[in-house]
Design a binder for this molecule. Structure first.
Ligand SMILES: Nc1ncnc2c1ncn2[C@@H]1O[C@H](COP(=O)(O)OP(=O)(O)OP(=O)(O)O)[C@@H](O)[C@H]1O
Length: 646
């Protein structure tokens, strides 16, 4: 058998069996082809020197084990339902980290929170649990550990990003993390996370939520939106304590959870990530975060929820399932967050979101606070979103829908049949960092990762046809640098925060420019720098005008071929569906809507939006006439709404 065949037999594209491609490369990049063969070494061959030593087999939530004794805690006011659990000691670990603690709690009630390792709310005061150095190290890491990404050299530049907050009586932003206004324990946890100052979206969201207002926040990728909703919600929750169970307990409802805050996000990986952040900032507090997503065992998720669920982070599908089973009630929700809100309200998710928010027992819009976050907010989605909001503030950080200047964007003209060869050249000239490659279809993700492996690159893939276990393993191998190349469909486009992604390659460009914005935002996060390379050819003509705009806004080089094709396309009249010029994605309530019809392809909307007061009636009319959602489909969300393709 040839060496290569041997190598191939040992390959595993899933990153799961610990076997690695051999260090030998069959591909020799052009710039070193002229060298003697002993000097033609491949740049990444040092990856994997210790491959196979750790398969990451503990990744995943089902292994969350701790030693718990559940007490009744009757001395703490005794309000609410009391239960005794005695699950006994359990060993193991959580996400590869041991997160052992001893908890004891009675589950609910304003006067009666006691969970060992967790704080309580007693007589109107938050009483944090004692510190636990082991848990602290697991949650916050050590200062120089690269897994716990710190902000990059350009973090201070965030202060120069223009911020616009529109709406009635916008509260003054904070400029530092201090207590007050932040609750003391939250401030301590923020300090443990080594966040020294708030990002722009955090500066505004803290006082906006404290003032009881709703928020639609549009801020560049990687600019701290997760903290933007967690900090204010947790601060208020820590200050105000839990709510009483709103309904009499019956035999069937005794294990039902009544979370105070609900965060909905579109992908399993993203809800896991938000949950991990929530664990940090709820450390020692009375708030117990839990997570629920499809593709994983619902039984263990239910058991976790039954142990206490004050902040629930969930994908819409799994939450619907939990609601149907009567395991969760939304009657106590004070805070509703839609992360990646434009995605959550496009045609793929909107019916489910509407059912959860309007069709169950969640308090109405006047009786809860609703926060929507994304890096992109097309006008049609803004309009739809107003059904879920009251007198909200629209916050835009940077030009709405724009890309971060921390990302250097390059565009190459590459015909389809040349893509593999150009990709190999690029990968061969990189020597560190993680590279994320986006393709359009699940099949292509497998084909391309197999091809890269055949060329002895350490690649794996993530897409919707892989099992949850495989997805988590692939992501973990990528995150850890074991497999520094990840070929992904759009399932990895939004929200994922992976330190050290230095290069995003759009092997296939998406057909919606907002998707491009999210994809390249996987690099250049929190003031770090990154590179994004796009393979463009005439097949991508539909986004050319938007693309030129995006590059120009972010002060990036616009190659001549792109300008030429943009001009050609304009002349040919194939430019419909563009971003609609500079006003695109602004707070649609503030005039400037002459371009509105562009995105919707519906001239009937053209004149709308001059003032917010007339809006409510409009949105309803629009949908009542049945024309609204359909009109969106041509320009936005068409592909992203069909989950099956990613
Ligand atoms: N105040 C802060 N100081 C330092 N680092 C921060 C701060 N806030 C957030 N970060 C870090 O910045 C990174 C990006 O934050 P986050 O994932 O919330 O971005 P995002 O705006 O939600 O991005 P996306 O649009 O891609 O979802 C994270 O690693 C986070 O820990």
């Amino acid at each position: 058998m040839s060496d290569l065949s041997n190598d191939m037999q040992n390959l595993n594209i899933n990153g799961g069996n610990g076997q690695q491609p051999a260090a030998r490369r069959s591909y020799v990049p052009p710039h070193i082809r002229s060298l003697p063969s002993d000097q033609q070494h491949a740049p990444r061959s040092n990856y994997g020197s210790n491959y196979g030593s750790n398969n990451g087999g503990d990744y995943g939530r089902s292994n969350y084990n701790d030693n718990r004794g559940y007490n009744n805690g009757g001395s703490f006011g005794g309000y609410g339902q009391r239960r005794s659990y005695n699950n006994g000691p359990r060993g193991g670990n959580f996400g590869g980290n041991s997160y052992g603690n001893n908890r004891g709690y009675n589950n609910r009630g304003p006067g009666g929170y006691q969970r060992n390792g967790q704080g309580r709310f007693v007589d109107g005061k938050h009483v944090p649990a004692a510190k636990n150095p082991a848990v602290e190290k697991d949650l916050f890491g050590e200062a120089d550990d690269p897994k716990f990404q710190s902000s990059g050299i350009n973090f201070d530049n965030y202060d120069e990003i223009p911020v616009e907050a529109t709406g009635n009586d916008v509260p003054e932003p904070i400029s530092t993390f201090t207590s007050p206004p932040l609750e003391e324990l939250l401030l301590e946890n923020i300090q443990l996370a080594r966040f020294s100052k708030p990002t722009p979206v955090q500066k505004y969201s803290v006082p906006i939520v404290a003032a009881g207002r709703d928020l639609m926040a549009c801020a560049q990728t990687g600019s701290g939106k997760t903290g933007g909703f967690l900090f204010p919600i947790l601060s208020q929750s820590f200050l105000n304590g839990p709510s009483a169970v709103p309904e009499p307990t019956t035999h069937f409802s005794k294990n039902k959870a009544y979370p105070t805050a609900l965060v909905l996000a579109p992908t399993r990986e993203l809800v896991s990530q938000i949950y991990d952040e929530a664990k940090k900032f709820t450390y020692r507090s009375w708030v117990r975060p839990t997570v629920a997503y499809g593709g994983a065992d619902i039984g263990s998720q239910i058991r976790e929820i039954e142990r206490g669920c004050d902040l629930l982070v969930a994908t819409p599908g799994r939450l619907s399932d939990l609601l149907d089973r009567g395991k969760v009630s939304l009657a106590n929700i004070k805070y509703l967050v839609l992360d990646e809100a434009d995605r959550m309200l496009d045609m793929g998710f909107e019916p489910q979101i509407r059912q959860i928010v309007q069709g169950c027992d969640m308090p109405g819009v006047e009786d809860r606070q609703t926060l929507l976050f994304s890096a992109t907010f097309p006008r049609d989605i803004q309009m739809l979103a107003t059904d879920f909001l009251k007198d909200y503030i629209f916050l835009s950080v940077g030009k709405v829908g724009s890309t971060s200047e921390n990302i250097t964007q390059k565009v190459l003209y590459v015909e389809d049949n040349e893509k593999n060869s150009v990709l190999l050249d690029i990968l061969s000239s990189e020597d560190n960092g993680l590279t994320l490659i986006f393709v359009e279809t699940k099949r292509m993700a497998d084909v391309l990762s197999n091809f890269l492996i055949s060329q002895n690159f350490y690649a794996t893939s993530i897409h919707g046809d892989r099992s949850q276990h495989e997805r988590e393993r692939a992501l973990e191998s990528f995150r850890s640098g074991k497999f520094p190349i990840l070929v992904a469909t759009a399932v990895a486009a939004r929200g994922l925060d992976i330190p050290n992604v230095t290069h995003v390659i759009n092997y296939d460009l998406p057909s919606d420019i907002d998707d491009y914005v999210h994809r390249i935002g996987r690099t250049g996060r929190a003031g770090n720098t990154g590179v994004a390379t796009a393979f463009f050819n005439r097949g991508n003509k539909n986004i050319v005008k938007d693309f030129v705009e995006i590059l120009t806004e972010a002060k990036q080089e616009v190659p001549q071929f792109l300008t030429a094709i943009a001009r050609e396309s304009s002349r040919g009249g194939s430019m419909r569906g563009g971003r609609g010029g500079k006003t695109q994605n602004k707070d649609f309530r503030r005039g400037g809507n002459s371009n509105y019809g562009n995105n919707n392809g519906g001239s009937s909307f053209g004149g709308y939006g001059n003032n917010s007061s007339s809006f409510g009636g409009y949105a309803n009319n629009g949908r009542a006439q049945g024309g609204y959602a359909n009109n969106n489909s041509n320009n936005y969300g068409n592909q992203s709404s069909a989950n099956s393709w990613w």
